[in-house]
Write a protein that binds this ligand. Sequence first.
Ligand SMILES: Cc1cc2nc3c(=O)[nH]c(=O)nc-3n(C[C@H](O)[C@H](O)[C@H](O)COP(=O)(O)O)c2cc1C
Length: 215
Amino acid sequence: MAPKPRILAFAGSARADSYNKRLVKVAADGARAVGAEATLIDLRDYRLPLFDEDLEAAEGLPDKARELKEIMLRHDGLLIAAPEYNSSITPLLKNTIDWISRPSDGEKALTAYEGKVAAIMSASPGRLGGLRGLFHLRSILSNIGVLVIPDQVAVSEAHKAFGSDGNIVDEKTQSAVEELGKDVAKLLHWNRCPEPFPSQLSSADCRPFERASQS
Ligand SMILES: Cc1cc2nc3c(=O)[nH]c(=O)nc-3n(C[C@H](O)[C@H](O)[C@H](O)COP(=O)(O)O)c2cc1C
């Protein structure tokens, strides 16, 4: 049997009562519902100094950055819920992305992101739900080699959005967020090609476009 896709889920907030932590858990539950393994972590447990190249040159990667990179390497997919600070992502999330992007012990830069498939989402008490930060996050992740799926969800009025069970009160939004987790899991599953890729594509590999009948 094929191994289960492994998905790492976290929020770009350290806040104990974070809406984004609740949000990413819903997406992780969605991934588990289709059989993936989802690991939920809290960036509060991976506190890192503000990135500084002099510090890196003098001391190398902090232990927590190495630990987090190891965890990233053990997973195939990412679910990230990103709070919006002043129209962009939080310093916590950017700082974490930056530290993890650095090579350690002769490896290539960006190894932790290579081949990853991600879904992104946000929650905010505001009316846009943190949507503006998602544009930045999509751009950052795409530029470091992560395939970010087109669908994303921004949950507005987050202070009213979650029930006491941690789920989203609005059913449509709840299933849209679960779907993000499911989509990443399915994409990772389908991505595991049972056949080796042909060394030379032939016309037999092409599916013809449907043509409108010509009159
Ligand atoms: C420095 C700062 C800037 C913020 N800027 C925005 C913003 O641009 N847009 C927005 O919707 N909310 C903004 N907020 C409010 C956050 O969305 C809110 O604090 C939210 O609860 C953070 O996510 P969390 O609950 O996951 O920690 C800002 C909050 C802080 C502390």
